[in-house]
Write a protein that binds this ligand. Structure first.
Ligand code: HEM
Length: 154
């Protein structure tokens, strides 16, 4: 058995994070999500100020990014952290708004079972971008789901 007692070299799992997720869905998710982002008063402005590429190129890149993350295609080779470090003023609230729109769009398109998995992935990446920008090493990392819950309740 090649797996006994252990396999040699990395075993690359190219399984989607949820079996219902496919390429067409990701494409639609990205298109719809960024249509909302552009129409959002504050996020739209942050993107307009921070974009170096044009929108078609950004959407193509984001589709490759999400295929890499959700379908494990390994095709995205960029570095999101330095890109977001350069953006003048993203605040915790902006990440929260971003995630709210993302959740809304995922709910429109994805199977109910897949949504929490996709959201947790987005939240994890948002946290790493947030941490990279945060100078206070003792600051408490936002719990995005709690922020969204609080916004819904009040
Ligand atoms: C307040 C929240 C955010 C803002 C304002 C923002 C804004 C931007 C801007 C302006 C760019 C550069 C686009 C260009 O130059 O054409 C970008 C790129 C990108 N963003 Fe965000 N972003 C946010 C949150 C996120 C989150 C939460 C994720 C992931 C879950 C993410 C993933 C990416 C990726 C993968 C890129 C492409 C980087 C590359 O060039 O390879 N962003 N974002």
């Amino acid at each position: 058995m090649s797996d006994f007692p252990f396999s040699v070299g990395p075993k690359i799992e190219r399984q989607p994070v949820h079996p219902s997720i496919n390429e067409a869905q990701i494409s639609e998710l990205v298109d719809r999500f960024y249509t909302k982002v552009r129409a959002h008063e504050r996020l739209g402005l942050l993107f307009a100020q921070g974009m170096e590429k044009d929108w078609p190129e950004h959407l193509t890149r984001m589709k490759a990014f999400w295929r890499s993350v959700l379908l494990k295609t390994g095709e995205y080779k960029g570095k999101p952290v330095p890109v977001h470090m350069k953006l003048a003023e993203i605040k915790t609230e902006d990440f929260h708004e971003w995630l709210t729109l993302f959740e809304e769009t995922a709910n429109e398109l994805m199977e109910a079972d897949a949504v929490p998995i996709v959201l947790e992935t987005a939240e994890r990446i948002a946290t790493s971008l947030w941490l990279a920008r945060n100078n206070d090493i003792f600051a408490k990392t936002p719990v995005w789901a709690e922020l969204r819950q609080a916004a819904t309740n009040g």
